[in-house]
Write a protein that binds this ligand. Structure first.
Ligand code: URA
Length: 197
């Protein structure tokens, strides 16, 4: 399956209650050959209207943070744990996450990034299958199933709590340092993209 085929198959998804309230499915956006993937929580009001992740206020902050790490939105791929907006931006429910998780896992497989930056509690919990607390594990990075995972605070939380913004800026400084040391922003080779041999 290609990313385009996955996107097409998710677009009409009716597998959970969120289908009836959404304007459109927000699958993901960015560079399909990205070495860095960001995973947020769920589309909000603006994402639901525009069909793209992180286009509202939290998205603006994310773009600034990416810039601080020498990255543009075209360098990375951005997705969410769940692809449809929960009514009134409530938290995703466990069964909604379970239903949507295979789509996220397929995206990860197809993009095959080196680094996965999770934003907020829901993304890191989904990656680890564990009820960890983001405030406790942020700031470190570790390997999960062959990916370097950087758990970060969610930009929306940083918009509301000033001290979180400083911590999130610190998370992005650490990401930049890691990228500078590993030269990960060099383009993938054809071999790494599975296009060779
Ligand atoms: N918050 C998220 O987690 N994802 C978005 O796409 C927008 C806001």
């Amino acid at each position: 399956m290609t990313l385009a085929e996955l996107n097409a198959s998710v677009r009409d998804c009716q597998q959970c209650r969120l289908a009836s309230k959404r304007t459109q499915v927000v699958v993901g956006a960015g560079n399909p050959a990205a070495t860095i993937m960001f995973i947020g929580e769920a589309p909000g009001f603006h994402e639901d209207k525009q069909g793209e992740p992180f286009v509202g206020a939290a998205g603006k902050l994310l773009t600034e943070l990416l810039d601080s790490a020498g990255l543009s939105r075209n360098d990375v791929y951005i997705a969410n744990v769940i692809k449809c907006r929960p009514p009134d931006n409530r938290n995703p429910l466990p069964d909604e996450i379970e239903t949507c998780k295979p789509f996220l896992m397929q995206q990860i497989q197809l993009i095959n990034p080196k680094v996965i930056c999770t934003l907020g509690n829901f993304a890191i919990r989904t990656m680890l299958g564990k009820q960890v607390s983001i405030t406790k594990i942020r700031g470190e990075h570790f390997e999960v199933q062959g990916f370097d995972v950087f758990p970060m605070l969610h930009p929306a939380a940083a918009l509301h709590q000033g001290n979180f913004r400083v911590l999130l800026q610190e998370d992005f400084r650490k990401l930049k340092k890691y990228l500078d040391n590993t030269h990960l922003m060099q383009p993938k080779t054809a071999e790494q993209m599975g296009l060779f041999g």
